[in-house]
Design a protein. Structure first.
Length: 272
């Protein structure tokens, strides 16, 4: 029996960007303090390499993953969604952007919000959690709180994601616009990810993860306990939903020098 083919690599993702004019100061201050503390040697800190801590501009809540084929040498002309005609397969990214631009975020929010909630969903990020069992974890994230127990933010995000999951021609394998994932949607903002640690720091903390050697987060349980009450940002309104390209880009100043910050390339977005 031939081996099962590998799934195509992810190329883009649907997300709520978390850095806004309102949140930037809060997040920048929280991340700076966290970075300075966890990079210290024990007992004050955890000797966490700086490259394991995600830059401010990369923070987001992922709603779904796309895997688009490379653009053809001569793209086919686009067809407007309103025409009712099919868009060529090679233009799936353009199709995703059209679906995104057609979203009415206010209506989606209105359909799920509870009495007393505002005209836009708001996000408070608090604490840290592990993406994997603690001895092997490589990712720590901050999750949105639901202090009012309404679940409205979760439902809003699922409603946005479902608009993309519903696109695709039934009966044609591989025609779905978004990569299907049967797991519940886990809203999270990645704060620590050791996949970005290279060289000597990586060798010092090696561990097995998914059959591959990757740096594990030492004393992850202690880090989570110390920052369980950490509020990274509070009551920040969702301003937009975006499709971004995988792989954050390093930012440079006017003279071409790296600033130390990174951002994902936005290929399409829709605002409230």
């Amino acid at each position: 029996m031939p081996p099962k083919p590998k799934p195509p690599p992810p190329t883009h993702f649907l997300c709520i960007p978390l850095v806004t004019p309102t949140s930037r100061t809060q997040l920048a201050s929280s991340l700076l303090t966290f970075r300075e503390e966890v990079m210290l040697p024990p007992p004050q800190g955890f000797s966490l390499p700086e490259t394991a801590i995600r830059p401010l501009g990369t923070l987001h809540l992922t709603l779904g993953i796309f895997s688009f084929p490379p653009a053809p040498a001569a793209p086919s002309p686009l067809v407007h969604v309103s025409s009712g005609e099919n868009i060529p397969k090679e233009d799936r990214l353009e199709k995703a952007k059209l679906v995104l631009s057609s979203l009415n975020l206010k209506e989606i929010w209105k359909s799920v919000k509870k009495d007393g909630e505002g005209d836009q969903p708001s996000i408070t990020l608090k604490g840290l959690a592990s993406m994997h069992p603690l001895p092997k974890t490589t990712v720590l994230y901050a999750a949105p709180t639901d202090e009012s127990f309404t679940g409205s933010l979760q439902k809003f995000c699922e409603g946005v994601r479902d608009q993309f999951l519903q696109v695709g021609e039934e009966g044609e394998e591989g025609e779905k616009l978004m990569v299907e994932d049967n797991r519940p949607l886990l809203l999270h903002a990645t704060v620590v990810n050791t996949i970005y640690v290279k060289g000597r720091d990586k060798q010092r903390h090696r561990g097995k993860h998914g059959g591959k050697e990757r740096m594990v987060v030492d004393r992850a349980g202690e880090i989570i306990e110390r920052y369980e009450d950490q509020v990274w940002m509070r009551d920040v309104k969702v301003e937009r939903v975006a499709i971004c390209k995988m792989g954050a880009k390093k930012l440079v100043d006017g003279e071409g020098r790296e600033t130390g910050e990174e951002e994902y390339e936005v290929v399409g977005e829709v605002e409230f």
